[in-house]
Design a protein around this ligand. Sequence first.
Ligand code: HEM
Length: 263
Amino acid sequence: MPGTIETYFDKLERTRVWRSIFRSGKGTSTLHNALAIQQNVFLHLFPTKVRKRMLGLGATWYLGTLTLGTFIVLVVTGILLMLYYHPSVPRAYSDVKDLQFAVSSGLFLRNLHRWSAHAMVFLAFAHMFRVFYRGAYRAPREFNWVVGVFLLLVTLLLSYTGYLLPWDQLAYWAITVGTNISSAVPLIGDKIRFLLLGGHLVNANALLRFYVLHCVILPLTAVVFLAVHFWRIRKDGGLYVRESEPGAASHEQQSSNEEQKTR
Ligand code: HEM
């Protein structure tokens, strides 16, 4: 007699392969839940216990999480776009046009990437303002605020470097203006412009440099900073809860709780 999905799943969970990957086993106890978090490479960045209040919409408006969501969409759509795009002067413009008019769902893919990029910039700013107005940048979270500033910078650089890749008039002149602005930095301005463009003009070298920055260097930098950002939230005693709010502990208490947990 054929079994139900639950029985198949039950059997799968008992297999040696499954047990070698998910070690915490079955169970609904607090211990099992804690082990499930601790023993997962992705989840163990997060604490095993959080205050309910921190998870409510009012604490963060989920703006940081939404920013992360757009970043993930950008990585996925960006990888798909890389399959159709060549970062060379004869190919770049026509590849983007092909993507829009010839590739199946290409226009959707390009627009999803563009709109997610706009959304990420907007959400990162909104998240920063939210953190500021809530006062969540104060001790012991100052370092995470600084990490956030770097993340904002990386987000803006990602947006800026992506702008050149379609290699159309808008892209060309935007990068010409932008890099001219960078050359106004006192003493080292011309050097910065040269470094960005790989020469004195917006040409093939600049296109290749912006491509490598946009697709490799900046996304990897963002991932490293994000890992520090999330780990730091945990080390700072979780998300900020005002003293007057239910479930709040003082900063000192929050930090010492966290220290005890990590011992
Ligand atoms: C790529 C951009 C960023 C991403 C993906 C991101 C992600 C997150 C996430 C998921 C959280 C948890 C709370 C929430 O969902 O809102 C958080 C908290 C936090 N973020 Fe960001 N963040 C980014 C940029 C920034 C910026 C620009 C700042 C400030 C300059 C910042 C400062 C903070 C601080 C201080 C916290 C702790 C807030 C608290 O304890 O309530 N982040 N971030």
